[in-house]
Design a protein around this ligand. Structure first.
Ligand code: NAD
Ligand code: DAU
Length: 341
């Protein structure tokens, strides 16, 4: 059995992943998270007393603290989810993205090397591949698509991937990289498209759609991302990159209309606002490598996944109402104030 340090385990995907690991494997997990605005231990109340789970508050940029967490808990594997993850915030200010996503990854790689750990998995993103043309639907991101970074967020994630490659190449370390498309599901912070639109619709507020609403994203239910990461951890080839996606492309505007329909609300709530600067037009992932070489397939289709997700937000209003107060209000004003005027 493995003893896994999950960094960023109090965020959206990390918390779903910890529950997935505890429910589906015998591995132990230390959740190492500094608890930024996006980190929320309420996501993990179901498992907080599980014998195989422990929380340690700490920053991935703090090498002594990471080393201590590794030593004290007999860690043999690191899975790095910790990141600043929201593109709009990276446009408002890039420093934290470079600190956490680049410098933090460097610290983890140094600890991997110094402690001789048996595995490191970097949770990366399809955004490192840039944007695809709309008029060539046959084109998708493969693992050999050149890195093209269009936002400070994607530049920081790509930089981290390149550091991982360099540590693999130079020191021969056991490093894997996964690059997933857009996730959705329970516990996603309501700054991202799907939970934001559900929360706004339930609150009776306008739904802000950027530009013409015709940007395309490829959506995957979060549990399927979790199962893919476990598959890569168990069967992936050191040094390789694995794309993960659901083969499920949607125009943003169609997702927004679907959410409104499912909640019994009218399309008059849609408000087109100024576009995100540098907005990538289309993402689409080719997952044939992980499917053919490692035998992974997603278990959820979009119809079921979006139903589960909408129901979760309807039933857990307290969760999202709480996180949408305080700091969130300042961010919302900063990001949307000028877009809506
Ligand atoms: P999130 O913003 O919900 O969570 C990030 C977590 O990292 C939070 O708990 C936060 O407290 C923690 N964190 C931030 N800085 C830290 C630091 N310096 N030290 C320790 N912990 C820190 O993000 P998410 O949506 O769950 O994404 C998780 C990972 O998956 C990220 O690396 C992201 O780039 C990647 N990813 C996300 C998606 C998506 O659709 N959300 C898709 C592909 C890849
Ligand atoms: O592709 C993987 C990436 O997906 C992850 O690496 C990122 O961490 C994650 O945030 C996500 O990035 P996106 O920028 O694609 O996600 P976001 O939910 O912010 O936006 C999805 C689409 O919806 C995008 O085209 C912008 C649009 N949008 C978003 C918001 C927040 C709107 O139209 N209105 C909005 O208010």
């Amino acid at each position: 059995m493995k003893s896994i340090l999950v960094t960023g385990g109090a965020g959206f995907i990390g918390s779903n992943f910890i529950k997935y690991v505890l429910g589906n494997t015998g591995h132990s997990v230390v959740n190492y998270d500094v608890l930024t605005y996006a980190g929320n231990l309420e996501n993990l109340v179901d498992v907080e007393f599980n014998d195989r789970y422990k929380f340690v508050k700490g920053d991935i940029c703090d090498k002594d603290a990471v080393t201590e967490a590794v030593d004290e808990n007999g860690i043999d594997t690191i899975i790095n989810f910790a990141a600043e993850s929201h593109v709009d915030r990276s446009i408002l200010g890039a420093e934290e993205f470079i600190n956490t996503n680049v410098m933090g990854t460097l610290v983890l790689l140094q600890v991997l090397k110094e402690k001789g750990l048996s595995k490191y998995l970097q949770v990366s993103t399809d955004e490192v591949y840039g944007s695809l043309p709309e008029d060539k639907p046959e084109l998708k991101f493969t693992e050999s698509t050149p890195i093209t970074t269009n936002s400070p967020y994607s530049a920081s994630k790509a930089s981290a991937d390149l550091l991982c490659n360099s540590f693999r190449h130079t020191f021969g370390l056991p490093i894997l990289i996964t690059r997933c498309s857009n996730n959705y599901g329970p516990y996603q912070f309501p700054e991202k498209l799907i939970p934001l639109m559900i929360a706004k619709a339930l609150n009776g507020e306008d739904l802000p759609v950027y530009g013409d609403g015709k940007n395309v994203r490829d959506w995957l239910y979060v549990d399927d991302h979790c199962s893919a990461i476990m598959t890569v951890l168990d069967k992936g080839k050191d040094g390789d990159v694995y794309n993960i996606g659901g083969n499920n492309e949607w125009y943003n505007i169609d997702i927004v209309k679907l959410i409104l329909k499912k909640l019994g609300k009218g399309e008059d709530m849609i408000r087109y606002v100024k576009d995100r600067p540098g907005h990538d037009r289309r993402y689409a992932i080719d997952s044939s490598k992980i499917m053919n070489e490692l035998g992974w397939t997603p278990a959820h289709n979009f119809e079921d996944g979006i139903e589960l997700t909408i129901n979760w937000y309807v039933e857990n209003k307290n969760w999202w109402k709480k996180v949408m107060s305080g700091e969130y209000k300042n961010y919302f004003e900063q990001n949307y104030g000028s877009k809506m005027s």
